[in-house]
Design a protein around this ligand. Structure first.
Ligand SMILES: Nc1nc2c(c(=O)[nH]1)N[C@H]1C(S)=C(S)[C@@H](COP(=O)(O)O)O[C@H]1N2
Ligand SMILES: [Mo]
Length: 381
């Protein structure tokens, strides 16, 4: 029997009973609709599907952008919203920023990725046989958008940051995060002053519209190249400090623990390099004819310089052709004429410092930063 490639909505509808169902995140944590052809719901989070019948371009629309919520999206009112900037790292007293202040201050627009540090976590288990803690994202815990906002440096200077300030601690207005019966307080993670004053935005627009509730309305941080947790949503408070700051999100979470890492864990900041095929997992392709495989690669270390693809389980590799603007991530294509049978597709990127993707990722207990080459199964008939 010859089966056709599963690309159109009709093909998906025929094979996927979820097609007509509406999905909801646990505890209704997410406000926007999560149609199952575009999202996989994981608890209070939603992962973008790479095999959606409607592929995304360089910019991911807000309706398609993944969501990582520790608790639930709060509904905030821009008229009463305030951002307070406080701490011993300020020359005067605390400062308060309103939504109107934000709209009036000088703004910048940047195309940037936001990616969960746990993106790819599922492959520690499925590919390396290792049990890890946390949400089992595949590769859809990333999105790229056009963010507009006020540089954090402008707000910190306006608030009178001192020259000896070392850390800032942005905090969200979502509910306290309670896990295992322990209240860890509001979601917050220290950011060193050198990064805070460099390229960080307090964003109030996503793709030319006010931020949607799920992505941080009225204002969130956008921290280029850094792990998702740095990009605090629903920003309500920033502490500026002359001594190093701590929160569970830099002392317990978002550190690498395990045999290959220091006993007190290794703090993580930047994202690594990854690659994904825009194909269903286990896609069925027509054998004996040319296919254009699409995919993309990205890196928190400042861009992708080369991508290679193997269609024979890593024996031979060839260069993929770059398409699109390359902003945020690098889209690519490669031609392939499969013979009948089961195949494994591999893609590996090299970042602009010449660092590539390994065959295996050293284990860490919480499954962060899976950067190894992902083995994508397909069959051809
Ligand atoms: N206040 C707050 N900010 C937050 C989070 C959160 O739960 N609360 N989750 C963080 C994590 S872990 C990630 S990966 C990104 C996800 O951003 P997105 O939901 O807009 O895609 O937001 C970060 N900012
Ligand atoms: Mo995340």
């Amino acid at each position: 029997m010859r089966r056709r490639a599963l690309f159109g909505p009709a093909a998906v509808a025929a094979t996927d009973p979820l097609w007509t169902r509406t999905a909801f995140a646990a505890d209704n944590a997410i406000v926007k609709p999560l149609p199952p052809e575009n999202f996989t719901v994981l608890g209070t989070n939603a992962e973008m599907r790479w095999d959606s019948p409607e592929p995304v371009g360089d910019i991911v629309p807000a309706s398609r952008f993944f969501v990582h919520n520790h608790t639930a999206t709060p509904r905030l009112d821009a008229r009463t919203w305030r951002l307070s900037i406080v701490g011993d790292g300020l020359r005067g007293g605390p400062d308060t920023v309103t939504y109107d202040d934000l709209l009036r201050l000088p703004s910048q627009t940047r195309v940037e990725a936001i990616e969960c540090a746990g993106n790819g976590r599922a492959f520690f288990t499925s590919q390396q046989g290792q049990a890890v803690e946390g949400t089992a994202w595949r590769l859809g815990g990333i999105g790229v958008a056009r963010w507009r906002g006020v540089p954090l440096s402008v707000l910190l200077h306006r608030a009178g940051i001192t020259r000896d300030a070392v850390d800032v601690l942005p905090e969200g207005l979502d509910d306290d995060y309670v896990t295992g019966g322990v209240n860890l307080g509001r979601v917050r993670r220290p950011l060193p002053v050198h990064k805070a004053l460099d390229d960080v935005l307090v964003a109030y627009e996503m793709n030319g519209e006010p931020l949607p509730p799920d992505h941080g309305f009225p204002a969130r941080l956008v921290v280029p190249g850094w792990i998702g947790i740095a990009n605090i949503k629903w920003l309500g408070r920033i502490e500026v400090s002359r001594s190093p700051l701590r929160s569970p999100w830099n002392t317990e979470y978002y550190r690498l623990y395990g045999p290959d890492h220091p006993a007190d864990g290794q703090l993580i900041t930047r994202q690594n390099t990854k690659s994904a095929f825009e194909l269903p997992w286990g896609a069925t392709l027509e054998a004996g004819r040319d296919h254009v495989l699409r995919g993309r690669s990205w890196s928190g270390t400042g861009g992708v310089s080369r991508v290679e693809v193997s269609t024979d389980d890593g024996r031979t590799w060839r260069r993929a052709s770059f398409v699109g603007s390359g902003r945020g991530w690098q889209r690519w294509t490669v031609r392939w004429r499969p013979g009948p049978g089961e195949h494994v597709l591999l893609a590996r990127a090299v970042d602009r410092h010449g660092v590539g993707q390994p065959e295996a990722e050293p284990y860490n207990t919480q499954g962060y930063l899976f950067g190894a080459v992902v083995r994508h199964p397909v069959s051809a008939w």
